[in-house]
Ligand binder design. Structure first.
Ligand SMILES: Nc1ncnc2c1ncn2[C@@H]1O[C@H](COP(=O)(O)OP(=O)(O)OP(=O)(O)O)[C@@H](O)[C@H]1O
Ligand SMILES: [Mg+2]
Length: 498
């Protein structure tokens, strides 16, 4: 690899009230490498890359780009220099089309040239190998599609350094493969990349070198070939951490949830049950209908036919209030859109779904609200100066934890976790697994949807497999394996074809 330094960060420091987000960071990025930043939620990764676009102005330090020194960047300058950033938060305009978003800020004369916009957009999509209609409104796209538009937008310019802040968090496994192909192509073209991710398998697959940040400081930069998973985790969390799945103690034959011959949006016939104290997994490929099924059980989407029983009693779920009243809680997959009120504090966000319980004859009990918020801030280790700070000032992963807290605080008897650990760091992942086990050990039940095979296999007592919206089968604890799951999926797809 060419060891020419394209970018050098020297002594970068950024302070926020009550926290030093970046503390005297020195980092060299080589031309043409894929350099991954890792670290726990709130370690300072996003803050660091935001100083490359001028979205963050460092308090101290300097940025040296291709030999020239800058005190700080601004969006126009960094773009001119060939630096493009795909942020963790999406930055598209919902009310514009895909093509307009991709060409935003580019004006040819005073006219808006739609034909030109479409050509640029199409070329960008072609390059990343995906099909998308450039005329579609961005507001109508899924989060994953929006993410792909962000990436297309970044590479439509003459990019020299592409920064990807947790690009895979909202993507399905197939889309992730697509993204990796794009990254390989860009690398061959000599584009330098800074990559941020919490997923160990990805980190080891794509990176040439890795830099570990902890508490705003740069701890170590290592060649990927010279390190391994456990060393990296220990560097990140600063203590020994064993990756394991917690013990479970509660066993019962009573059923918490029974779904019988349910038909939702599609024409599928779904039956499943979850016993008290069980964690039941829902596996399947993209578009298999897992989220749809979860939403139907919760009452968010209509059920055309069939029955749902909670604790042996039939419930009629017409909307989410019915679901909550029946003791069901859902942690949504699309947390960016359905998750939090960014302008409100952690305290309000965590208690908004259980505020009735915390009130007395219509008066809110602020002490109780604070107690509940504090409890979950501690339990989930949410990094924040206090419980009333606005959620928008938290790091991406800590915002996610607030969404988890919100549903956990409802203390529902049946909790549905839809991709609970996406964007969550390794240490916090372990904490979430323990919280799930604690919930199950209290005799409550969990339905777990996860694309993370390790997690699904490690946590589930039983796994139902969905394929193409239909129930492809079920595996009991002793018979669960990744191979069996993949077999079931492919058999179901074969049958579908016939
Ligand atoms: N605008 C802001 N105002 C106040 N504090 C902030 C702001 N942005 C970030 N912080 C704080 O700076 C610290 C670093 O946050 P940063 O977003 O860089 O973390 P991160 O490493 O990207 O984490 P994650 O993995 O969760 O995305 C956190 O403590 C965060 O709360
Ligand atoms: Mg971040």
């Amino acid at each position: 690899m060419d060891q020419k330094v394209i970018l050098s960060l020297q002594g970068l420091t950024k302070r926020y009230p009550g926290v030093i987000a970046n503390n005297n960071i020195n980092l060299d990025i080589y031309k043409g490498e894929i350099h991954t930043l890792v670290g726990e939620n709130g370690a300072g990764k996003s803050t660091l890359i935001k100083s490359l676009s001028g979205a963050v102005i460092p308090d101290e330090g300097k940025i040296i780009w291709e030999g020239l020194e800058y005190q700080h960047m601004n969006p126009k300058l960094s773009r001119e220099l060939g630096i493009e950033i795909v942020y963790q938060e999406l930055c598209l305009v919902d009310s514009l089309t895909v093509a307009e978003n991709i060409c935003l800020g580019e004006k040819k004369g005073s006219l808006v040239d739609y034909k030109y916009y479409n050509t640029v957009a199409k070329a960008a999509f072609h390059r990343i190998g995906i099909k998308m209609n450039p005329m579609k409104m961005v507001g109508d796209l899924t989060t994953a599609q929006q993410q792909l538009v962000e990436i297309a937008k970044a590479i439509s310019k003459g990019v020299k350094l592409l920064v990807l802040d947790e690009p895979t968090a909202p993507l399905t496994n197939e889309e992730i493969e697509g993204l990796f192909r794009v990254m390989t192509t860009l690398k061959e073209e000599g584009v330098t990349m800074i990559y941020i991710s919490h997923r160990m398998d990805e980190i080891f697959r794509v990176s040439d070198r890795i830099t570990v940040l902890r508490d705003g400081e740069s701890i170590k930069t290592i060649n990927t070939a010279d390190t391994n998973r456990s060393e990296l985790i220990n560097l990140m969390v600063g203590r020994q951490l064993t990756e394991s799945f917690p013990e479970r103690t509660y066993h019962s034959n009573e059923k918490m949830l029974e779904v019988e011959h349910a038909y939702g949006m599609g024409d599928s016939d779904i039956s499943l049950y979850i016993k008290k104290g069980e964690i039941v997994g829902l596996g399947g490929l993209l578009g298999a209908g897992r989220t749809e099924l979860a939403r139907m059980i919760y009452g968010a989407d209509p059920m055309q036919k069939g029955t749902v029983k909670i604790n042996g009693k039939e419930v009629y779920l017409k909307n989410t209030s019915n679901g909550i009243a029946a003791g069901i809680g859902l942690i949504p997959e699309d947390r960016k859109r359905q998750g939090v009120l960014l302008n409100f504090g952690i305290d309000w966000n965590t208690t908004i779904s259980c505020v009735k319980k915390l009130s007395h004859i219509g008066f809110m009990n602020f002490d109780k609200i604070a107690d509940v918020a504090k409890k979950y801030v501690n339990k989930l280790n949410i990094a924040a100066p206090n419980i009333s700070v606005k959620v928008e000032s938290l790091s991406g992963g800590n915002q996610q934890k607030v969404v988890l807290a919100k549903t956990l605080a409802t203390e529902s008897n049946l909790l549905i976790f839809d991709e609970p650990t996406r964007g969550i760091d390794v240490g916090a992942k372990q904490e979430i697994y323990h919280i799930m086990a604690d919930i199950a050990n209290e005799g409550k039940s969990i339905l777990l949807i996860s694309s993370d095979m390790e997690e699904l296999l490690g946590m589930s007592d039983r796994i139902y497999i969905l394929a193409e919206g239909r129930m492809a089968g079920c595996l009991e604890k002793g018979e669960i394996s990744q191979v069996r799951i993949m077999e079931m999926i492919s058999n179901a797809m074969e049958e579908e074809k016939r």
